[in-house]
Design a protein around this ligand. Structure first.
Ligand code: SF4
Length: 62
């Protein structure tokens, strides 16, 4: 399972990095970034919660 942020859709609200900081990170003035590696099993629920909470559906988890 991997996460991806559609950069053009991200409004930089910071929710994903708050919900799952191990997978999503923010830098000032830039869209969120997802770490590109496989998401460890123990983080998959919080990564999924971040994706579901994203106000612009900018996160894809596959
Ligand atoms: S929750 Fe969505 S809109 Fe907000 S920072 Fe993360 S990817 Fe961007």
């Amino acid at each position: 399972m991997k996460a991806m942020v559609y950069q053009k859709s991200c409004i930089q609200c910071g929710l994903c990095a708050s919900v799952c900081p191990e997978v999503f990170s923010m830098r000032p003035g830039l869209p969120a970034q997802a770490q590109g590696d496989d998401i460890p099993t123990d983080l998959q629920i919080s990564a999924q919660a971040a994706a579901e909470g994203c106000p612009t559906d900018a996160i894809s988890i596959q």
